[in-house]
Design a protein around this ligand. Sequence first.
Ligand code: G
Ligand code: G
Ligand code: NA
Ligand code: MN
Length: 253
Amino acid sequence: LAIESQLRYAVEHNEFVLHYQPQVDIASGKIIGAEALIRWNHPSLGLLGPLHFIEVAEERGFIVQIGNWVIREACRQIAAWHAAGLPLITVGVNLSALQFRHQDLVQVLSNALAAYQLPGSCLDVEVTESVIMDDMDATIQTIRAIQSMGIRMSIDDFGTGYSSLAYLKRFKADKLKIDRSFVRDIPDDQDDTAITRAIINMAKNLNMQVVAEGVETIEQWSFLEEHGCDQVQGYLLAKPMAAELVEPLLRQE
Ligand code: G
Ligand code: G
Ligand code: NA
Ligand code: MN
């Protein structure tokens, strides 16, 4: 079967699943959130990561439907954890360009929160620099509408795209996520440590939170802590995992 029909079938038959990667607050050491990362539970190929299908889904026009499912499913899970007596956490959802530009986005977000009676602060939308920089006037309007619901706005993979620093102050993102390519070789690589420190300082000075992605070693964690990074995410703490596996971690908090 062509990938297009398989994707259509997957959308109609709910073959997707969200895994979650915990995010830890450096100061308290507590899990304060998680990033939702989609997988496709493919009937014959097994669990497929986003690299195998997100691009095709974007090209063939399935991404908006899939992305809307991600938003609703993340809300359902946050509410389910909370109903089970766990803390109300913030879940980051990745938005593709088409979804970010879609006229229904704000309504979809607001419907999902309402359906599960969640405050906007439970969601954090992650968008890459290139998506944000594409049509600045539309971006500013969309970000304002999203933030007016109390939803947080993060710039994903920060430092790898082509952000105009002048625009960073025109809309206020809530968070910068330092791309893991910069984190990988700290504290040894001089350039990467300089870039990481610069991003942290800039975020602080613009009143944004800063999250480091791809933290795999204690040395990286210590460097980030010492230089004022707010949160970390990475294999050192936890890999992306099924919701049932996140539950005991949240219960420890
Ligand atoms: O851990 P991982 O292989 O899951 O993620 C690979 C990439 O896929 C990341 O860049 C991530 O931003 C992207 N991704 C993960 N989940 C989603 C999603 O629900 N929607 C979109 N558009 N991208 C996602
Ligand atoms: O583009 P985005 O930053 O959303 O991508 C998240 C991706 O990074 C996912 O594929 C996730 O599995 C992966 N990831 C998360 N933590 C780590 C880590 O500590 N090391 C590496 N190499 N990859 C990670
Ligand atoms: Na992301
Ligand atoms: Mn990222």
